[in-house]
Design a protein around this ligand. Structure first.
Ligand code: SF4
Length: 173
């Protein structure tokens, strides 16, 4: 689990920690910049750069990190924990049992608030009844809109008001 720096130059502003019990992502997000260059997401750039040793099979490989599963339990003070900054918990490639294990830890650690972003809303909805109240999930709509819902309201109200927006950092290839 990584504590986010709040010095204004690094870190994610809307969480206190990131937690990556799984990592690697197969969405291959790409953005065309106004100058025509193609940008990739920051996570992919990190996995192919400074964190290369942790991604021996590349960023698109799915990594399950069971040694990290219990990390939120060790954090006794309430925190805002972003799940899977280096993946998509509800990606089609993530085994169901792994998702259930992670959601179970979220439910057990009810003194924390967990946040998760996905680009696969249909799979998020399949787990809506297993999402605890202390989980906030956001779906990135195309092209730029992002809305969030506190579970289990996700299953009932996909059009709820936005709770937060996340601007994805990216790097030009
Ligand atoms: S932006 Fe998120 S969903 Fe897209 S490739 Fe990067 S980690 Fe995966």
């Amino acid at each position: 689990m990584n504590k986010q720096q709040k010095n204004g130059s690094r870190g994610i502003e809307w969480c206190t920690h990131t937690w990556n019990p799984i990592s690697g992502c197969q969405h291959q997000c790409r953005w065309q910049m106004p100058d025509g260059n193609i940008a990739i997401c920051y996570a992919e750039a990190v996995a192919n750069g400074v964190a290369k040793d942790a991604y021996p099979h590349g960023f698109e490989h799915h990594y399950y990190n069971p040694e990290r599963i219990a990390e939120p339990r060790k954090l006794k003070r309430p925190a805002r924990i972003f799940i899977d900054s280096m993946s998509d918990l509800f990606g089609a490639w993530v085994p169901e049992q792994q998702i259930k294990s992670i959601l179970s830890i979220c439910a057990q650690c009810d003194w924390h608030t967990f946040l998760v972003l996905t680009k696969n809303a249909p799979r998020l909805l399949k787990f809506a009844d297993q999402c605890p109240d202390n989980l906030q999930a956001a779906y990135r709509c195309r092209p730029t809109l992002c809305w969030a819902s506190r579970c289990p309201a996700i299953s009932k109200n996909l059009c709820c008001a936005a709770r937060f927006k996340s601007l994805i950092p990216c790097r030009v290839t």
